[in-house]
Design a protein around this ligand. Structure first.
Ligand SMILES: C[S@@+](CC[C@H](N)C(=O)[O-])C[C@H]1O[C@@H](n2cnc3c(N)ncnc32)[C@H](O)[C@@H]1O
Ligand code: SF4
Length: 456
C-alpha cells in the first residue's frame, strides 16, 4: 500500500469517531437499570448466539500513557470481591432471557485480566459453562501484560478453553519504555508468544503504540523489524491518545518529547509498508493480520465485524458486558455499565445489573450502522444486500451522502458503481472520513462539539 500524498493528508486530516459503535458513544444518554431491563425484556425471544465481555480493571502499576479504564491495587481481596460481583451480574443477566443461548465468543479485557487468580477464572468459567452451552468453535480471548502473568497461568487458561490471546508490547525501545513507565524485555514478550503458540492459542496479537515519547522513525522501524521476526498472527498499532487534561497520570509525559505529527504519519506508513511486505494484511484503521489468520479470512469473506473491542471475526451475536464500564450491544441497543466501582457494586447488589448509559437504536440508526460496518470492515457495500435487509433502495436512501462522496471519488478514495461501493487503498486509510459522511449525528450541533481523535 502506497503512502498517501501530502495533499491528501492535509485535505483529510480532521477529527472523527473510530466507529467502534454507531451511534457513537457521545450520542448515548444516561439510562436507569429499569431502561436496561426493558430493553432486555423486548429482546427476550431472540435466539442469537451471545458474546460475553468481562472487564477486569486492575493493574499493579500504571503505564504513564495508559488510556484504559484501570484501577491500581495490590489487594487480592479487592479483586476477589469484584469477582463475586461479576458472578452476581452474570446470574442476573442470565435471568433476562439469555440463559441457554449458545456462546460464540468471550473476551476478558482490562486493565490486566491476569490479575485474577486461577481460582477466580475457575469460578467465572464454571458459572458461564453452567449458564450457556459453548459453540464448537467458540472464541475465548484474553488481554495479557507479559510482565504480569502468574507462573503456569497461560497453561491453566488454555486448559479452561482460552484460545485467543493479545499481548501488550507498545515498543521495544528501552528509552521509550522508561519514559512511559513500562519496562518489558524482548525475552519476556517473545517467551509469552512462544508459550501461547505451544499451548494452542491462535490469533496471537501484539499491541503496539506509535506517537510515544522519544519514538523516531528510525527507532520504531527497529521495533517493527523485531516484531516481524517474532511473527505474531495479528498486530494492533494504536495512535497514542495523549489527553493529559482528561488523564492526569499522562502529565508525566512531556509534550516536547513526543514525535511531531509529520514523524507520526511517517511511522504509520512505514509500519504499513513493512508489515504488508512481510505478509500481513492491512485489516483497517490500526489492525493487521497474517493472510492465513481468521481475522484476514473473515475480512475477505465479508463477515468481519467491529465493536468496542475492535475488529472481530465473529458476527451475528448479541454482546453483553460484565463489570465496570463494559459495553453490551444488540441489534437494537447499546448499554454501558456504571464506571465507578462502588456504585457498580451497590447497583449489582440491589438490582442485579448496573447500566448507566446507552441508546436504543431507531430504524435510521440501524440502517446507518449496517452501512458503516460494511464500509469499515469489508471496504465494500452491496446495494442489493441493503435492499434485502431494509426493503429500500440504497441510492434513494443515501442520495445526499452519495452526492457528498463525489469529491472523495475524484480523489481516488473509493468507487461508486451501479450496485456497490468499493473502497480503494487510499480510502482504506481514510475510512473514518468516508464513514463520517454516513453519520447523521455529526451533522448536528452535538456532533461538532464531541471530542474525537485525529483520522490520520
Ligand atoms: C487494556 S490494555 C492491554 C492489556 C494489558 N493491560 C497490557 O498493558 O498489556 C489495551 C491496549 O490499549 C493500548 N493503549 C492503552 N493506552 C493507550 C493510549 N493512551 N493510546 C493508544 N493506545 C493505548 C495499548 O496498546 C494496550 O496494550
Ligand atoms: S497499559 Fe495495560 S498494564 Fe499499563 S496501565 Fe494500562 S491497562 Fe494497566
Amino acid at each position: 500500500m502506497e503512502k498517501l500524498s501530502d495533499d491528501l493528508i492535509e485535505k483529510y486530516a480532521t477529527s472523527g469517531p473510530r466507529y467502534t459503535s454507531y451511534p457513537t458513544a457521545p450520542n448515548w444518554v444516561e439510562i436507569k437499570v429499569r431502561d436496561q431491563l426493558d430493553w432486555y425484556g423486548s429482546a427476550k425471544d431472540s435466539q442469537r448466539p451471545i458474546s460475553l465481555y468481562f472487564h477486569i480493571p486492575f493493574c499493579e502499576e500504571r503505564c504513564s500513557y495508559c488510556g484504559c479504564n484501570t484501577m491500581l491495587t495490590r489487594s487480592q481481596d479487592k479483586v476477589s470481591a469484584y469477582v463475586e460481583y461479576l458472578l452476581k451480574e452474570l446470574e442476573a443477566l442470565a435471568k433476562q432471557g439469555i440463559k441457554g443461548r449458545p456462546l460464540r465468543q468471550m473476551h476478558f479485557g482490562g486493565g490486566t485480566p491476569t490479575y485474577l487468580l486461577n481460582e477466580d477464572f475457575d469460578l467465572i468459567l464454571g458459572k458461564v459453562r453452567e449458564l450457556f452451552p459453548f459453540e464448537e468453535n467458540a472464541e475465548i480471548a484474553i488481554e495479557v501484560d507479559p510482565s504480569f502473568t502468574r507462573p503456569g497461568q497461560l497453561k491453566h487458561l488454555a486448559k479452561l478453553g482460552f484460545n485467543r490471546i493479545s499481548l501488550g508490547l507498545q515498543d521495544f525501545d528501552p528509552k521509550v519504555q522508561e519514559a512511559v513507565n513500562r519496562i518489558q524485555s524482548e525475552e519476556i514478550t517473545y517467551d509469552h508468544l512462544v508459550q501461547a503458540k505451544a499451548l494452542g492459542f491462535t490469533g496471537v496479537n501484539f499491541d503496539l503504540i506509535y506517537g510515544l515519547p522519544h519514538q523516531t522513525l528510525e527507532s520504531f522501524t527497529k521495533t517493527i523489524h523485531r516484531v516481524i521476526e517474532m511473527r505474531p498472527d495479528r498486530l494492533a498499532l494504536y495512535n497514542f491518545a495523549y489527553l493529559p487534561k482528561l488523564l492526569p497520570h499522562q502529565k508525566g509525559i512531556k509534550e516536547a518529547d513526543l514525535p511531531g505529527e509529520k514523524e507520526k504519519v511517517d511511522i504509520f506508513f512505514r509500519a504499513i509498508k513493512l508489515f504488508t511486505e512481510a505478509g500481513y494484511e492491512y485489516i483497517g484503521m490500526d489492525h493487521f493480520a497474517l493472510a492465513t489468520d481468521e481475522l484476514a479470512l473473515a475480512q475477505k469473506e465479508r463477515r468481519l465485524y467491529r465493536n468496542f473491542m475492535g475488529y472481530s471475526p465473529k458476527s451475528g451475536v448479541d454482546l453483553f458486558g460484565i463489570g465496570i464500564t463494559s459495553i453490551g450491544e444488540t441489534e437494537n441497543f447499546f448499554v454501558q455499565n456504571e464506571k465507578d466501582i462502588n456504585t457498580y457494586m451497590r447497583k449489582v447488589n440491589m438490582l442485579g445489573l448496573s447500566g448507566a448509559r446507552g441508546i436504543k437504536l431507531s430504524e435510521e440508526d440501524r440502517i446507518r450502522k449496517w452501512t458503516i460496518i460494511r464500509l469499515i470492515c469489508h471496504f465494500y457495500v452491496s446495494f442489493a444486500e441493503f435492499t434485502t435487509e431494509f426493503g429500500q433502495d440504497f441510492k434513494d436512501y443515501f442520495k445526499e451522502e452519495l452526492a457528498g462522496l463525489k469529491e472523495m471519488v475524484a480523489d481516488g478514495l473509493l468507487e461508486v458503481h451501479g450496485d456497490h461501493i468499493l473502497i480503494l487503498d487510499p480510502g482504506k486509510i481514510l475510512i473514518r472520513n468516508i464513514c463520517m459522511v454516513f453519520d447523521a449525528y455529526l451533522k448536528g450541533e452535538k456532533g461538532a462539539k464531541a471530542q474525537f481523535s485525529k483520522t490520520i
